[in-house]
Design a protein around this ligand. Structure first.
Ligand code: NAD
Length: 491
């Protein structure tokens, strides 16, 4: 069993208090690694290393074009080492290897290639200010040290979506991954060690309160990008407000999938099931609220139930597995509690709802679950479960579908299933969410921004918007007129 320290200045550093946290394999329930239980002292070491790298040394003096080429080499390296990294992440959080590996080899490597290409294209403006004798221009500059805090469901994806644009902008980075799944992020930093100068990318591990808060509150951390739950985001925003540190917030969701009566029912059943169940609902954009036209509700729910019930649950390393485990025991218990609450609230379960123990596993699996007769005021309809649980509510007309979809404090994503493209565009316009999928789900590409409306957060990842988030703007005023007038002229 390997014990991981923090990754600071391109070396392993033991945690200052000597404390370690068990990393548990959700397939077997066994401790398979240990990570550092860090405190403010370790955070300070990482931030100091990042600050030094930002202000002196090769990173500080590197030309933007060189930085861009270096990022492209990180993308190549990521693709080369994808197998090892995917295996570690599967072990750490139970995500199926087949879901991680292709991403690391292609579109996550793309993040480094894409932002590598943009690194030397960060331009300011010359502005036509209405001030005689003055020339004004803007510069877009890195913040310095940025803190990146990530969730356990897709640690590498979330970390890379932050690290690539942050580095392209010229910042240095300290990442604090989730205490439930830190190993793949630590391994990523180690894999980059011979390419990045010391201090440019650091990883400290530990709990949110003891390690995350000191990072957010550190005076030398000039910007924080956070991915996690709404309560976690609120706390981070509160701590960041003490030092007036800007934040980007990528938070939870309770995303609707609206199905109109004109669809092919099998296509819609496949689409709705695909938009929730394969990651066992453990995706921030998971389409966990089915808002379906009343005339097709029974037939569609039956077909979704047939598709979902046929899924093979099992070890995430097995290529035949179609749904893996829930990522950790506390989360597994929370999902079961949400199901029990839904029943107390009067929803009718038509599929699943029970824990299962596929052979060779410890049993943190929950069957794909579907509830009908769901009260739109219930927790099941309004609160994120982050598990394989679909809540179904019928609608009678388009306005009602939109109202139901928007009747939530979240605004991360939405799916629309219809054969009528004009209706799809109309509804997409009316939905309060940062991402809308029409007749597809979970699609993403480096070029297109991702982020939330309402309490799902603010700021964007991917696309040029993510690069902008890691840059601050300076306005420079040059006097082109000769002489400076005395401000206190005497008669
Ligand atoms: P969480 O909020 O419990 O934890 C997220 C991270 O924040 C962890 O690293 C944790 O240690 C840290 N943290 C917790 N409290 C903190 C504090 N007081 N100060 C600083 N750091 C603190 O979330 P989670 O359970 O790890 O992740 C699941 C949540 O993440 C779900 O709500 C999911 O929807 C969301 N998520 C959002 C996106 C997105 O892009 N919008 C992507 C993935 C996951």
């Amino acid at each position: 069993m390997r014990t991981y320290g923090n990754w600071i200045d391109n070396r392993w550093a033991a945690p200052s208090e000597g404390a370690f946290i068990d990393s548990i394999d959700p397939t077997t329930g066994e401790v398979w690694a240990q990570i550092a239980g860090s405190t403010a002292v370790d955070v300070d070491s990482a931030v100091r290393a990042a600050r030094t790298a930002f202000t002196t040394g090769p990173w500080a003096s590197m030309r933007a074009a060189e930085r861009g080429k270096l990022l492209c080499r990180l993308g190549d390296r990521l693709a080369e080492r994808a197998d090892d990294l995917a295996a570690l992440e599967t072990r750490d959080n139970g995500k199926r290897t087949v879901d991680i590996l292709p991403g690391l080899q292609t579109w996550l490597a793309d993040s480094f290639w894409y932002y590598g290409g943009l690194a030397d294209k960060v331009a300011g403006d010359v502005l036509p200010v209405d001030v005689p004798g003055i020339f004004n221009y803007t510069r877009r500059e890195p913040f310095g040290v940025v803190g990146c805090i990530t969730a356990w469901n897709s640690p590498l994806l979330i970390a890379i979506w932050k690290i690539a644009p942050a580095l392209a902008a010229g910042n240095t980075v300290v990442v604090k991954p989730s205490e439930h799944a830190s190993v793949s992020t630590l391994a990523l930093a180690e894999v980059f060690a011979d390419l990045l100068p010391p201090g440019v990318l650091n990883v400290v591990t530990g709990f949110g309160d003891r390690c995350g808060e000191p990072l957010v509150g550190h005076e030398d951390v000039r910007m924080v990008s956070f991915t996690g739950s709404v309560p976690g985001g609120r706390k981070v925003a509160e701590v960041a407000s003490r030092t007036v540190t800007p934040t980007v917030m990528e938070l939870g969701g309770k995303s609707p999938q609206i199905v109109f009566a004109d669809v092919d029912l099998d296509d819609a059943a496949h689409g709705v099931a695909m938009g929730l169940f394969p990651p066992a609902g453990q995706s921030c954009v998971a389409g966990s609220r089915l808002i379906v036209h009343r005339s097709i509700q029974d037939e569609l729910v039956e077909r979704i139930a047939t598709v979902a019930a046929s899924a093979r649950l099992g070890a995430p390393t097995d290529p035949a597995t179609q749904i893996g485990p829930l990522a950790n025991e506390p989360h597994f218990r929370r999902v079961l509690e949400s199901i029990a609450r839904a029943e107390r609230e009067g929803a009718r379960r038509v599929l699943g709802g029970s824990p299962v123990t596929p052979e060779g596993t410890c049993g943190w699996f929950v069957e794909p679950t579907i509830f009908v007769d769901v009260d739109s005021a219930s927790d099941l309809f309004r609160e994120e479960v982050f598990g394989p649980v679909l809540a179904v509510v019928p609608f009678d007309d388009e306005d009602e579908a939109i109202a139901l979809a928007n009747d939530t404090s979240y605004g991360l994503a939405a799916g629309i299933w219809t054969d009528d493209q004009l209706k799809a565009m109309r509804v997409a316009d009316a939905i309060e969410a940062g991402t809308v999928y029409v007749n597809n789900y979970f699609t993403s590409a480096t070029q297109s921004p991702v982020g939330g409306y309402k309490q799902s957060g603010y700021g964007r990842e991917n696309g040029t918007a993510a690069l902008d988030a890691f840059l601050q703007i300076k306005s420079v005023w040059l006097n082109t007129a000769p002489g400076i007038a005395n401000p206190f002229p005497q008669e």
